[in-house]
Design a protein around this ligand. Structure first.
Ligand code: S3P
Length: 267
């Protein structure tokens, strides 16, 4: 009986801590949103990674027992992630969709922006590979381009209910108007633009793209790009020229471009 009573008493301490933590957590999240609104109003930069390090350094100095330093670090890393995700949900209450020719950097850039924004990332080609258990080359070989395009439509449909997600699309996604329509419903489309020469440089040696595998040349890219450019142009909300820019420069340009165009989603 006595033992149970002691256990209950300690559990009571834990319940009280959880209640206080919840209230403090809520207050912290409110403050994060207030800062976000303030920064937007004053046109200050929204992402400030150096501030996160400052927070981590500071909290260690508050610790009474250094034996919990690892636990504290991991708690605050998680809190910072949650805060980032909350902010990006407010800033981008839609999907960020990357379109553009093969080799324009959609996957690399998509993964890169998903990190600071703590947003989910999906790639339509990967969705198809996972769904079928086949490589893109195998699908083209066994089902032809038409079979692949059907799978692509399925992939886009399955992403319809996603929100606050970065979607990197296969280069030919714009060939099917139904895809563009579905993506635009809940997404801002970013066209990553690159010249045929640059695309050639980036994808030569890579045999994972059936449409260019045996016929790769600047001329062939130019020919395909000429046909597709009007489709990218019509589908896009924002164009980002990727020429001679680093991945992080391209990523910043996308984020800034979206922020410039946005109507701030108030709480
Ligand atoms: C294609 C682009 C590829 C892939 C398939 C067809 C296209 O994706 O979907 O090989 O028609 O442009 P990436 O643009 O990611 O290479």
């Amino acid at each position: 009986m006595g033992v149970l009573k002691e256990l209950e008493d300690i559990r009571h301490i834990i319940d009280t801590c959880d209640k206080e933590l919840t209230a403090i957590f809520e207050r912290r999240l409110e403050a994060v949103l207030e800062i976000l609104a303030y920064k937007r109003e004053k046109a200050l930069p929204v992402l400030q990674p150096e501030r996160e390090q400052e927070v981590l350094n500071k909290v260690h100095t508050y610790l009474k027992y250094p034996e919990f330093s690892l636990e504290l670090e991991s708690l605050f890393r998680q809190i910072l992630k949650i805060s980032r995700r909350l902010q990006s949900k407010r800033l981008f209450p839609y999907n960020i969709v990357l379109i553009g020719f093969m080799g324009s950097g959609k996957s690399t850039v998509g993964k890169e922006i998903s990190k600071p924004l703590e947003m989910d990332y999906v790639d339509t080609d990967h969705w198809i590979i996972e769904k079928t258990g086949m490589s893109i080359n195998e699908i083209f070989r066994t089902q032809g381009e038409a079979g692949f395009r059907k799978l692509e439509v399925e992939a886009i449909k399955s992403l319809q209910d996603k929100n606050n997600t970065i979607i990197s699309c296969g280069g030919g996604v714009v060939l099917t108007p139904e895809n563009v329509e579905a993506l635009k419903k809940n997404g801002r489309l970013i066209w990553l633009k690159a010249t045929p020469q640059e695309i050639y440089r980036r994808i030569s040696g890579d045999t994972s793209r059936p449409l260019l595998k045996d016929t790769l040349s600047v001329e062939k890219i130019e020919e395909m790009l000429t046909k597709r450019a009007p489709l990218y142009e019509n589908a896009k909300d924002i164009i980002v020229d990727t020429q001679e820019k680093t991945i992080s420069e391209i990523s910043m340009e996308i984020i800034e471009g979206l922020l410039k165009n946005m109507i701030y989603a108030h709480r």
